[in-house]
Design a binder for this molecule. Structure first.
Ligand SMILES: *[C@@H]1O[C@H](CO)[C@@H](O)[C@H](O)[C@H]1NC(C)=O
Ligand SMILES: *[C@@H]1O[C@H](CO)[C@@H](O)[C@H](O)[C@H]1NC(C)=O
Ligand SMILES: *[C@@H]1O[C@H](CO)[C@@H](O)[C@H](O)[C@H]1NC(C)=O
Length: 340
């Protein structure tokens, strides 16, 4: 029994050493995790402590130590995909994994603008989920790092969403440091940072007054994150302003040196990608536009078909016997525009 566990520990140690090395051709945990969370829309449960992803040994250890973590991954994945599909519903790329049915080219095959965005999105979502869980106590081992300020006469404190903790956990969990110093590693790491920081920009100060009849003799302030959806505007802006970096020609994977970095002129505040997105127009046949204006871009100039559809909604609502609301159901004919 004893020797058995020693062997397990040694094997575990050995495997961790191998997997933390960025061997050419192998994919770092960062990429694998982002891909697994974005790709698998069904509820596959993997063996191991993290359940939702085929976890690395390090990730499995984190999930085992923090039993709240698998649930958080579930939240992070769900809110990321939902927000993405909602935000891009009327865009040529609608958060689908494949660019179009013909090529079967997956957004994770290369580092496209979409790939960069999805890395930022997943990182932002994990950060948000962790920060929220820290504030609500769903995740233990969260300190009150979200509170700020020192002011002797005003009681400033309280425990808000713990963004710093969210950032730390996200970087740790994605094995950020081990993601490689080659070009792809550097680019994706920057995209992850842009995603996390866009969450930090969503922090708002909220204060609550205490005292007789709202006199505000003492005040408690804390920083709070809004709903995840409210960060999508900023993330989408990053998507549109992403910059393409020249792909370096390697015979072997090599680290980006400072000299090389200067030559590439990396703007650290922007999403970076390496490969041009294939033509998305083939994929928009049959897509539904928001309105005629949107059809002009979504349908790529092929035009659209207008059909009528009856929709029903609640109407003529009124109070019944003081407290109950009763409504009728009305129907209305609306135009639906579909790309040719
Ligand atoms: C404490 O902060 C409030 C505003 O947040 C300010 O009005 C007050 O003067 C501050 N008190 C001290 C002692 O700095
Ligand atoms: C990359 O460099 C090698 C050697 O310098 C060269 O043989 C190869 O054609 C280059 N590849 C590309 C895609 O430019
Ligand atoms: C995205 O568009 C494709 C067609 O290009 C469609 O099959 C898919 O259902 C769409 N996804 C969403 C979430 O609307």
């Amino acid at each position: 029994m004893f020797s058995c566990s020693v062997i397990t520990v040694l094997l575990f140690f050995f495997v961790s050493i191998i997997s933390s090395k960025n061997v050419e051709g192998s994919q770092p945990v960062l990429q694998k995790t982002v891909e697994a969370l974005f790709t698998e829309k069904s509820q596959v449960i993997y063996p191991g402590a993290c359940k939702l992803i085929p976890a690395s040994p390090r990730q499995a250890k984190m999930c085992k130590r923090n039993p709240g973590l698998p649930k958080l991954l579930q939240v992070a994945k769900h809110q990321a995909i939902t927000a993405c599909e909602e935000t891009f519903r009327y865009d040529r790329w609608n958060c689908s994994l494949f660019f179009n049915k013909r090529t079967k080219r997956n957004i994770f095959n290369k580092v496209y603008r979409e790939t960069a965005f999805v890395h930022a999105l997943i990182a932002a979502s994990i950060t948000h989920a962790v920060a929220k869980a820290c504030a609500s106590g769903d995740l233990t081992k969260c300190s009150c790092l979200g509170s700020f300020g020192k002011n002797s006469s005003w009681k400033i404190g309280g425990c808000g969403d713990d963004f710093k903790q969210g950032k730390r956990v996200t970087r740790n969990f994605l094995e950020f440091k081990q993601a490689g110093s080659d070009q792809i590693g550097q680019v994706l790491k920057q995209d992850i940072i842009v995603g996390i920081d866009s969450m930090g920009e969503q922090m708002r100060e909220v204060c609550k007054c205490h005292g007789f009849s709202g006199s505000c003799t003492t005040k408690t302030c804390w920083r709070r994150l809004g709903p995840f959806n409210s960060a999508m505007g900023l993330l989408k802006k990053h998507f549109h302003h992403a910059v393409k970096q020249k792909v370096l020609n390697y015979t072997v994977k090599r680290a980006i040196t400072l000299k090389l970095r200067n030559k590439l002129k990396v703007d650290r505040k922007k999403l970076v990608y390496l490969h041009r997105t294939p033509n998305l127009c083939v994929g928009t046949i049959g897509r539904v536009c928001k309105d005629r204006n949107n059809c002009a871009t979504l349908c790529c100039g092929r035009g659209y078909i207008t059909t009528k559809k009856l929709i029903s909604f609640r109407c003529r609502c009124r109070m019944i016997n003081c407290c109950a609301v009763q409504c009728d159901t009305c129907t209305q004919e609306v135009d639906i525009y579909t790309c040719k």
